[in-house]
Design a protein around this ligand. Structure first.
Ligand SMILES: *Cc1c(COP(=O)(O)O)cnc(C)c1O
Length: 356
C-alpha cells in the first residue's frame, strides 16, 4: 500500500507535478531550456522578493550548504546549532577544512538575536550559518530579528537555510539583507527531492572571488557566469525544473497571502490538537514552526508501535529525529497539504492512540 507521507520531508507530491516531470526532454544548451530556466528564475525572484541572483542546483540542499561553505567561509565561520541539521552543517563546515565554531543551544531552543550579536561582536568570524526552521526540533528562529543583527556586521557573510520554511511564510531576501539563502524543494515546496535553490548577492559573490578550493560543481562564480545565459554549469535535472516551474505556477495561482494563511491555519489546527491530547511542545510558544509541529511524548506512548499501526492505516508517521526518537513526534503541515487532509490524519492518529 502506498503510504500518505506525514513525515517532515519528503512529503506528498501532487499528481499534476508528477505529470510535469514527464515532459519530453530538451537539451540544456538549447534555447528551450534557457526559456524554461529564465521563467523559473523570474518566478522565484517574485517569491523570494529579490532582484538579485537566484540559482538552481540539482543536488539535495546539503550540496549547496557545503558549496556555500566552500565559497563563502574565509577565516572562520560561526555555525549556529540548535538541532540535527544545524549540527550537521557544522560538521560539514569542518569537513571542508574550514575553521569554524559550533555556537550551540539546547535542542528545542531558537537561535536568538542576542546570541548572534554576542557571537559576532567577538570579531572572530567572517561568515555564519543558521537554519531558519530546524526541522529536527520544530523550532522556527526569529529570522527578521536575526537579520537585523546580521546587517550590523556587514563583513560577516550570512548563510541561511530555509529548507523547510521557504514559501510557507514571507521571507523577503533583499529586505532582510541575507547574503546567501538556500533551500531544497522536498519539504515546503512539496516537490520530489534532488533540486535546491539558492541566492548569492554581490557581497557573497565578491567573497567567493577570493576563495580558494571552491571546486567546480558548486562554484558560485560558475553559477553566476552561466546565469547570464539562463543556464547552469553542468547538466541539470531538467525534469525537476519542469516540476518546480509547475509548482511555482500553482503557488501564484493560490496566491502568496492565501498560501501563508493556509499554513497558519494548518499549524493552528495541529497545535490545538496536540495540546488537547495532553502532549507538550518541544519549542516554546513564540518559536513553534509554521510548517511542522514537534510534540513531546508527555503521555509516554509507545511511538514505535503507533508508527506501525499508522503504517497499516496508510500513513507514514514520524516518531522523532535522531536523539529525539521516541521522546517526540513530528507532524508536518506544509507544501500542498490542506486542512481537511490534516484533520483526517489527526483523526486516524487519535484512533490509533486510543487502540494502543
Ligand atoms: C531536510 C533538511 C535539510 C537537508 O536537506 P537534504 O535535501 O537532505 O540535503 C537541511 N536543512 C533542513 C532545515 C532540512 O529540513
Amino acid at each position: 500500500m502506498r503510504k500518505k507521507l506525514f513525515i517532515p520531508g519528503p512529503i506528498d507530491v501532487s499528481p499534476e507535478i508528477l505529470q510535469a516531470m514527464a515532459t519530453p526532454m530538451i537539451g540544456h544548451r538549447m534555447k528551450e531550456y534557457a526559456i524554461l530556466h529564465k521563467g523559473v528564475k523570474e518566478k522565484l525572484k517574485k517569491l523570494l522578493f529579490t532582484d538579485g541572483r537566484v540559482f538552481l542546483s540539482t543536488s539535495s540542499a546539503f550540496g549547496v550548504m557545503e558549496g556555500a561553505v566552500r565559497n563563502l567561509v574565509g577565516t572562520r565561520c560561526a555555525n549556529f546549532c540548535n538541532g540535527a541539521f544545524s549540527d550537521k552543517w557544522h560538521d560539514v563546515t569542518r569537513r571542508c577544512g574550514k575553521e569554524a565554531d559550533a555556537i550551540k543551544v539546547e535542542w528545542g531552543q531558537p537561535i536568538t538575536p542576542e546570541l548572534v550579536d554576542r557571537t559576532l561582536a567577538t570579531g572572530r568570524y567572517d561568515s555564519l550559518t543558521v537554519i531558519h526552521n530546524e526541522s529536527s526540533t520544530g523550532v522556527m528562529s526569529p529570522l527578521p530579528e536575526l537579520a537585523e543583527v546580521f546587517r550590523r556586521y556587514p563583513d560577516v557573510v550570512s548563510i541561511v537555510d530555509t529548507v523547510s520554511s521557504m514559501s510557507a511564510l514571507k521571507i523577503p531576501i533583499d529586505e532582510l539583507g541575507i547574503d546567501c539563502c538556500i533551500f531544497g524543494v522536498q519539504k515546503a515546496f512539496a516537490l520530489p527531492p534532488g533540486l535546491a535553490v539558492f541566492t548569492a548577492n554581490e557581497r557573497a559573490l565578491e567573497r567567493a572571488k577570493g576563495m580558494e578550493g571552491r571546486g567546480y560543481y558548486f562554484d558560485f562564480l560558475e553559477f553566476a557566469t552561466n546565469d547570464d545565459k539562463d543556464n547552469t554549469p553542468s547538466t541539470p535535472n531538467i525534469s525537476a525544473i519542469y516540476a518546480l516551474d509547475c509548482q511555482l505556477d500553482r503557488i501564484f495561482t493560490e496566491g502568496l497571502e492565501p498560501r501563508w494563511e493556509r499554513h497558519r491555519r494548518m499549524a493552528g489546527m495541529v497545535r490545538e490538537w496536540v495540546a488537547g491530547q495532553g502532549f507538550g511542545f518541544l519549542p516554546d510558544e513564540p518559536y513553534r514552526s509554521l510548517t511542522l509541529t514537534c510534540a513531546t511524548n508527555a503521555r509516554n506512548l509507545d511511538l514505535a508501535k503507533l508508527k506501525g499501526m499508522l503504517g497499516e492505516k496508510g500513513y507514514a508517521f514520524d516518531d522523532g529525529y535522531g536523539k529525539l526518537k521516541g521522546k517526540t513526534f513530528r507532524i508536518p503541515h506544509m507544501g500542498d497539504m490542506q486542512p481537511e487532509g490534516i484533520r483526517e490524519f489527526l483523526d486516524c492518529l487519535e484512533g490509533c492512540m486510543a487502540a494502543l
